[in-house]
Design a binder for this molecule. Sequence first.
Ligand code: DX5
Ligand code: ZN
Length: 219
Amino acid sequence: MVQPVRIAPSILSADFSKLGAEIEAIEAAGADWIHVDVMDGHFVPNITIGPLVVKALRPHAKKPFDVHLMISPVDPYLDAFAEAGADGLTVHPEAGPHVHRTLQHIRKLGKKAGVVLNPGTPVDALDNLMDLVDLILVMSVNPGFGGQRFIESQLKKIEAARKRIDATGRDIALEVDGGITPQTAKRAIAAGATVLVAGTAVFQGGPSQYAANIQALRG
Ligand code: DX5
Ligand code: ZN
């Protein structure tokens, strides 16, 4: 089952003084999903945006909002992000006491449920969650900041996650996030990734470069 790779620009690398225009520009440049990094200064050492900002941005694009929640506790905020217009909500197993229940709740909200594995989190964390996920995100950097280097050891984890997905026979997206460049993109795709998150590599050079930057990641 060969699928075209999807590109999900991370707005963490956008110009925050004009996020609406930035989202319009990446959509026009061919972005498949809009990746929104939500950070709380507690689960990760950085603070970004909340549901009010997601709600304000939602009318600026038609493409799905892929919301990556790096907040703990995460459960109290799921409804607010769903109401704000998120299409998918992706959570870290470490961000709450009952990740299974968290995923069930996301499904109940009618949203795509995603689980994300940090570089130090084993692929076995997926063991009892496969029937509840629409997306698996493998972090290829430690979460918190854009512009970090791709951690090579995560390629094996992408391959292992690919095998688990294929064994289900279901169409579960396999997303990779962190340090994606045209070079690492090729390797992540070869390992089985179907969605690539990229901040630095998409936004570098400003709006006139977005289309070429996105195209360069398609492999
Ligand atoms: C890191 C975020 C990433 C980040 C990727 O915590 O989850 O989405 O913005 O940025 P680059 O592509 O610059 O590594
Ligand atoms: Zn992210």
